[in-house]
Design a protein around this ligand. Structure first.
Ligand SMILES: [Zn+2]
Length: 107
């Protein structure tokens, strides 16, 4: 299926994974520290999934739109995600303490 801009859903699904660091990524929205905008299609989102049993963050991801696979070069831990969010001045951090590990939400 082709979109108006010529991009195609799942067009990158068979391509090799791209190694990427959090420094190179942009947040998908202002609400979540765990969603990145796909740097390839700039449409889809990288959701940062977790292991089923340990709930630790996986260091591999896949764009919800173009299907491009990624391998994160950074440590995929809550602590590191939070450190990156502070460094990138994520708007959600303005609303609650960075010490709070839970996702900040609007009430
Ligand atoms: Zn994509």
């Amino acid at each position: 299926m082709e979109e108006a801009d010529g991009s195609e859903i799942a067009q990158n699904i068979y391509k090799d994974p791209i190694e990427i660091s959090f420094e190179e990524l942009t947040y998908f929205d202002d609400e979540s520290l765990y969603r990145w905008l796909c740097p390839v299609c700039e449409t889809g989102v990288l959701l940062m999934s977790r292991e089923g049993t340990t709930f630790s963050l996986r260091n591999t991801d896949r764009c919800t739109y173009c299907g491009q696979a990624f391998t994160y070069l950074d440590e995929c831990t809550e602590e590191n995600i939070l450190r990156v969010a502070v460094a990138k001045r994520h708007p959600a951090l303005q609303k609650s303490s960075p010490k709070n590990n839970r996702l900040p939400r609007n009430h």
